[in-house]
Design a protein around this ligand. Structure first.
Ligand SMILES: [Zn+2]
Length: 276
């Protein structure tokens, strides 16, 4: 039987335009022509999931949360990772409203300041890199970058975490010979992950005759490139990440009236807890 309470289930309370809209986003929505996504407030179950440490590390808690609150996204893992933070903020806005209380200690007089941050305005300060601009290499190739998908970025982060944990274990080994052996093995592994990151971050490479977009070919090309080429690509990736990052905000101290640059820390386990 139809539940008569159904019409009183939660409804979307806000809308959000993905920052990567129409560049890399098309295939992940229920209706490809959608410009604005409906955002539903969190349920109690969503809130519990944001606090589960196992789900948090693997990125699963974020994926579950977005699935629940932004049902128009078909496959959360396939969306560009640059959209994840803004989407989480949009969910917080839909749940608790646009104002978030932030506290900071003044660097000049130690006064504890409390201010309201307007999250909607904060999100609108994010810029999207111009991915249509290629990187010209000396050998005539042009490299085009793209944002990683959420799946790629979560998997790479997990791989790096595993390597870091193993490296810590290796440092404790007593057998020097074994230690060296394992050390070089894991250094190779970490190099592998960084080439994989570069290959994933590359949309395609244009040669004078053709366009190469196969990841295994791009990976092989980077493996056999000079450090100069790799640095050039890495520099552009770093520059892109700086555009996407949340910028520090300037807050005037309520006591000494001097300005402080404050970086707002979005630690999700507590981010979704503060109802201020
Ligand atoms: Zn002060």
């Amino acid at each position: 039987m139809n539940n008569p309470l159904r019409k009183n289930f939660r409804t979307p309370t806000s809308q959000y335009r993905p920052i990567s809209n129409d560049i890399f986003y098309k295939w992940t929505k229920t209706d490809p022509s959608l410009q604005l996504l409906d955002i539903y407030p969190m349920t109690s179950k969503d809130e519990i999931n944001t606090k589960n440490p196992d789900l948090l590390i693997s990125g699963k808690s974020t994926a579950l949360l977005i699935q629940s609150c932004v049902p128009q996204i078909v496959d959360v893992w396939s969306i560009p990772s640059i959209d994840i933070d803004p989407l989480l903020i949009a969910i917080r806005i839909a749940t608790y409203g646009s104002k978030m209380e932030i506290t900071n200690k003044c660097s000049h007089c130690d006064h504890e300041n409390t201010n309201d941050l307007d999250l909607a305005q904060y999100v609108s300060s994010i810029q999207i890199p111009d991915y249509s601009k290629g990187i010209n290499l000396d050998n005539g190739l042009i490299v085009f970058l793209r944002p990683l998908t959420y799946k790629e970025s979560s998997d790479l982060a997990m791989e790096m975490l595993e390597i870091k944990k193993s490296m810590e274990q290796i440092e404790l080994m007593e057998d020097q010979e074994k230690q060296q052996e394992y050390l070089s093995l894991y250094l190779d592994k970490s190099l592998e992950v960084s080439f994989k990151t570069l290959a994933y971050a590359t949309d395609c490479i244009k040669t004078p005759d053709e366009v190469v977009s196969e990841k295994e070919y791009i990976y092989e090309f980077y493996e056999n490139s000079s450090k100069l080429v790799i640095d050039k690509i890495k520099d552009q990736i770093d520059e892109n990440s700086k555009l996407i990052e949340f910028k520090p905000i300037s807050i005037k101290c309520q006591s000494c009236e001097k300005d402080n640059n404050v970086i707002v820390n979005f630690d999700y386990s507590s981010f979704f807890d503060s109802r201020s």
